[in-house]
Write a protein that binds this ligand. Structure first.
Ligand SMILES: NC(=O)c1ccc[n+]([C@@H]2O[C@H](COP(=O)([O-])OP(=O)(O)OC[C@H]3O[C@@H](n4cnc5c(N)ncnc54)[C@H](OP(=O)(O)O)[C@@H]3O)[C@@H](O)[C@H]2O)c1
Length: 235
């Protein structure tokens, strides 16, 4: 079994890599980082440097990787030292919006384009992207964080669209979006104060939830958004 983890250096991505090494002893893992190569080493793990918003970088990686059973995209962006997510549309900044689209939407489109031929056609395969409940239009009751919300909503639409195309072209592939819940990583750090007790998860817990969910999903579940709890969230 071959598994590619995009963003294996991130808070949740690194936990997914570690969990996969533990739970899938027969699997070879290919994992990417953007800025700093993680220290984790294993004889079944190979690291690659990747800017997943850059098409050439994605195409170069695709050219050297073998057929895959699973591709998990765990990268994402919410805030930078200069910019917090918007509380009001009056704070909207086009550059910050572009940064959100570049990190939260574009990578999954490029990965689907360049890795569709890698996903095994004859057995069940998985194309998984980390999204967020906040990207659900149906679930949006409190507003705010417009750039992050819009970039995750666009990701959700991209995944739904890809899943429909692949029903014909890759009928054994399960394309899903995954909401991890509020997880203790750098991404959520500035916003953890108001999280109710017991609702701030460790990255390892979320990684376990994802792997347990995927073990229950097949191509029939393609084109859906799932929460860490296994519950389906409306798009
Ligand atoms: N943590 C939460 O509470 C929470 C809640 C809901 C949804 N999510 C989603 O879960 C996913 C994982 O989040 P996390 O908490 O693990 O965040 P994180 O710790 O900040 O990790 C995000 C990773 O994305 C990488 N990245 C960003 N843009 C990239 C690009 N263009 N190319 C390659 N790598 C890029 C970063 O790499 P570098 O460090 O090298 O820049 C970083 O390793 C994200 O999609 C996030 O939106 C998280």
């Amino acid at each position: 079994m071959n598994i590619l983890i995009i963003g294996g250096s991130g808070g949740i991505g690194s936990a997914v890599v570690e969990r996969l090494l533990e739970e899938k002893p027969g699997a070879t893992l290919y994992a990417t980082y953007r800025s700093k190569r993680p220290a984790l080493q294993h004889d079944r793990l190979r690291w690659f440097q990747l800017d997943a918003s850059d098409e050439r970088s994605v195409a170069q990686l695709a050219a050297v990787l073998p057929a895959l059973d699973m591709l998990i995209n765990a990268i994402g962006f919410l805030h930078s030292p200069e910019h917090k997510p918007e509380k009001s549309i009056t704070e909207f900044d086009p550059d910050f919006f572009q940064q959100n689209i570049q990190a939260n939407t574009l990578p999954s489109l490029l990965l689907a384009k360049h890795f569709s031929r890698h996903l095994k056609a004859k057995s069940t395969s998985y194309f998984v992207s980390f999204s967020a409940r906040i990207g659900s239009i149906e679930d949006n009751r409190i507003g705010g964080w417009v750039s992050y919300r819009a970039s995750k909503a666009a990701l959700n639409m991209a995944l739904k669209t890809i899943s429909i195309e692949w029903q014909r072209k890759l009928p054994n592939c399960c394309v899903v979006a995954f909401h991890p819940g509020t997880t203790d990583t750098g991404l959520s750090k500035p916003f953890q104060r108001n999280v109710p007790q017991g609702q701030l998860f460790t990255a390892d817990y979320v990684a376990q939830c994802l792997l347990s969910l995927l073990s229950r999903l097949s191509a029939q579940d393609s084109g859906r958004l799932f929460s860490y709890s296994g519950e389906e969230i409306d798009w």
